[in-house]
Design a protein around this ligand. Structure first.
Ligand code: ATP
Length: 351
């Protein structure tokens, strides 16, 4: 069942030259965690605010839980949309304790039981009488999530929920928030500019740029099979090479040799193409097809991130990013060979 549907949604802010959103089409199945991912200004917050009902689209139609909430004639106000919101700064009331923060505005008869239930869900049973300043950042965030979930919304919207957390807590909260949302069975839409957060938490990722959707897919599809240069470079590190599709369609001829590629593309043999080669797709191997000189590397305990210089027969050089297993001892200037793993080599569009 589809919970959220955006059909040809467009939005231009008053006085703006360019639309903030152009023809956005997204449908979200019930129980899905979807992340709107993109750089600053790409329109992800605008999309979230349109779903919440804080802004109105200029064109298109939007449905929540099967009901039209916004089109040329219909308009359902935010409080009647079945939407719960978790704001970036959590927006907790500092003078209210945890129970009253979560219960704020909850008018149903089952109030005490429901608040106890959501506090259990977010692992904060026993914290009812604490004030926000007596909680850690992660606990405050769980209170905000409990408040959003208390009213059993159709969808919960989370605006950059991890941006105020330090690195360790961030990793922990990705797992925790995902568990809470999955246990609640609620559909969720996140906004994030952080690729790692998006890949870790989502069932589906919508990559956006300048008000347009670039690609929608599972985290694996987005990472492994980016469709264009923007997605390839925004969602993780990559190497881009130009070439032509080989007769078998499962490899690309480049100036640096023939690179095997995944066959998810629809180009024909002989066509000009770009490929995105993730550093993970280059594996140290003495019989590998790519040879390069180690230019620089950083050892970080669990990995070695390195750059090698590869050279064409005509003397053209290019830097390639590679990952080397940390047990390998390497030296600058050393010649290394890499085998290409085709599953992480994607044929992409230039823009
Ligand atoms: N209230 C507003 N009035 C006019 N223009 C706006 C308004 N809000 C956003 N914009 C513009 O709309 C575009 C999309 O903004 P939006 O906030 O949706 O992007 P974003 O991807 O969420 O960015 P960020 O990550 O920086 O929050 C930007 O060009 C922005 O300047």
């Amino acid at each position: 069942m589809i919970d959220i549907e955006l059909n040809n949604i467009g939005k231009t802010y008053f006085g703006a030259k360019e639309p903030a959103l152009k023809d956005i089409n997204i449908s979200v199945d019930k129980g899905t965690i979807l992340t709107l991912l993109g750089p600053s200004g790409c329109g992800k917050t605008t999309t979230l605010r349109l779903i919440a009902g804080f802004e109105r689209a200029d064109k298109g139609e939007m449905k929540i839980g099967g009901k039209v909430v916004s089109d040329q004639s219909a308009w359902v106000p935010p409080e009647k949309r079945g939407v719960g919101m978790v704001f970036q700064d959590y927006a907790l009331f500092p003078h209210l304790n945890v129970f009253d923060n979560v219960a704020f505005g909850y008018k149903e008869k089952d109030k005490n039981a429901r608040i106890a239930e959501v506090l259990k869900l977010v692992n904060l049973s026993g914290y009812e009488n604490r004030r926000p300043h007596e909680l850690s950042g992660g606990q405050q965030q769980r209170v905000a999530l409990a408040r959003a979930l208390a009213r059993r919304p159709v969808v919960v919207l989370l605006d950059e929920p991890f941006s105020n957390l330090d690195a360790d807590l961030r990793v922990q909260m990705r797992v925790e928030i995902k568990r809470i949302i999955k246990d609640s069975g609620t559909t969720a839409i996140f906004v994030s500019h952080d690729q790692k957060d998006a890949l870790a938490i989502s069932d589906k990722v919508v990559v956006m740029k300048e008000g347009e959707i670039q690609q929608i897919g599972t985290p694996r599809e987005i990472y492994q099979y980016p469709e264009n240069r923007f997605v390839a470079t925004f969602v993780g590190q990559t190497n881009i090479l130009a070439g032509t599709i080989n007769d078998d369609k499962a490899s690309v001829r480049t100036a640096f040799g023939v690179m095997p590629c995944s066959h998810t593309h629809d180009l024909s043999p002989g066509e000009y193409a770009f490929i995105s080669i993730r550093p993970d797709s280059l594996e140290l191997d003495d019989s590998g097809e790519i040879e390069g000189k180690l230019k620089e590397f950083t050892y970080s305990g669990d990995a070695i991130d390195a750059v090698i210089i590869v050279e064409t027969p005509s003397g053209e050089c290019k830097d390639l990013l590679v990952h080397i297993h940390p047990e390998k001892v390497v030296d600058i200037g050393e010649n290394l060979r890499f085998k290409v793993i085709p599953d992480f080599v994607a044929v992409i569009r230039q823009n």
